[in-house]
Design a protein around this ligand. Structure first.
Ligand code: P1T
Length: 381
């Protein structure tokens, strides 16, 4: 079956008790047992919940994995995957990630004896060169948040496979509709379901999807033992989201291309970061690795004053953190999503005070462009 069909049907069996076509929200903490050790496979809702299990089956099918685990947030999912490791282990990380991911690694996990090396993962050989005898994982985002750099997943997977270490790919920006890292050789896919998978800016969640039998058992244990599970209500919301993932992603992509092109031609915009533009240095890799370019882009206005000018002049675009919802969101990475990255490092990565990020929504593209056109008109050249 093809993607849109899987999105609507995987994990979505009619409810066994009533035939309800929409998986019910099993809002319960526990399950009655018939006798000691006699139950229907459900004991306690941190461990098993039918609504969460339905979502997990859905997400596993969409990413082409054998199993999936849903967590209370994207950060909870990323934290869970890191607890596959132990003190003394080393991780190679793409130097540009969501600021919260860097914060988790740098401010929390380092204290527990994990070591991290950040590399420009646009160059697969730099990943290979950073691998040490203690390296147990490579963690990358592609495209990266917010400067839209790509990592060649197949090339990095060649290294990780040969060295016997895990490759974890945060696939939040593309969603499985445009990119399926497991098929390219990654071992584990991480998501903030808060974004495209849910798609309506009304739920926080995260997920991991993978194939390896032993890691599946380990993550099932971690999910239950550490307990950062996704609630039944949020599981239901994300399932409702994935049913329309295909149609939404097509529209995000169509609008993203139009907005990127508009910005690229605008005399007051210094630079646009969007993998769908021919000017993107990794445009060829984007075409090979992704089935579309999506709705995320950033652009350089040249100064904090200009960035502030745009962010405060827009009317349709909403100034807010987050991304991947139906509505267009606009943000300032340097002071919002990436404030925890040191300034020197931010500037090196291109996360300047003049950088503005847009999560292009699925409104009519003409309206988004008109709003940006109006906001940009006020800027200094
Ligand atoms: O917010 P949460 O659901 O915990 O997900 C964290 C996360 C993980 N990975 C990526 C690539 C992300 O972009 C995020 C969250 N990002 C934002 C809130 C943002 O505005 O960029």
């Amino acid at each position: 079956m093809k993607f849109a069909t899987i999105a609507i049907h995987a994990g979505q069996e009619p409810d066994s008790a009533t035939g309800a076509v929409s998986v019910p929200i099993y809002q319960t903490s526990t399950y009655a047992q018939e006798g000691l050790g006699k139950h229907k496979g459900y004991e306690y809702a941190r461990t098993q919940n039918p609504t969460r299990l339905a979502l997990e089956a859905n997400l596993a099918a969409l990413e082409g994995g054998a199993a999936s685990f849903a967590f209370a947030s994207g950060m909870a999912a990323i934290h869970a995957v890191m607890t596959l490791l132990q003190a003394g282990d080393h991780v190679v990380v793409s130097d540009n990630t969501y600021g919260g991911t860097f914060r988790l690694f740098d401010k929390i996990l380092k204290k527990f004896g994990l070591a991290f090396t950040y590399v420009d993962a646009r160059e697969p050989h730099l990943v290979e060169e950073a691998v040490q005898p203690e390296t147990r994982m490579v963690f990358v985002e592609t495209p990266t948040n917010p400067v839209m750099s790509l990592v060649d997943i197949a090339a990095v997977a060649e290294t990780t496979r040969r060295r016997g270490i895990r490759l974890v790919v945060d696939n939040t920006f593309m969603s499985p509709f445009f990119q399926r890292p497991l098929e390219l050789g990654a071992d584990i896919v991480a998501h903030s379901t808060t974004k495209y998978l849910n798609g309506h800016s009304d739920s926080i969640g995260g997920a991991l999807i993978l194939n390896d039998k032993e890691d599946i058992l380990r993550l099932a244990f971690i999910q239950n033992a550490a307990g950062a599970i996704l609630s039944p209500m949020d599981s239901w919301l994300v399932m409702r989201g994935t049913k329309t993932l295909a149609v939404r992603m097509r529209q995000h992509d169509g609008n993203g291309r139009l907005v990127a092109q508009f910005l690229a031609e605008h005399p007051r915009v210094k630079k646009v970061y969007y993998p769908g533009l021919k000017s993107h240095p990794q445009h060829e890799l984007a075409k090979r690795q992704m089935a579309g370019f999506g709705g995320m882009l950033s652009f350089e206005t040249g100064s904090l004053k200009n960035a502030k000018g745009v962010l405060e002049a827009v009317r349709l675009c909403t100034l807010a953190e987050s991304l991947g919802g139906v509505e267009t969101l606009i943000s300032h990475p340097a002071t919002m999503t990436h404030a925890s990255v040191p300034e020197v490092e931010r500037n090196r990565l291109g996360i300047t005070d003049g950088l503005v990020r847009i999560s292009v929504g699925i409104e009519d593209a003409e309206d988004i462009i008109a709003d940006l056109d109006n906001a940009l008109a006020h800027l200094d050249r």
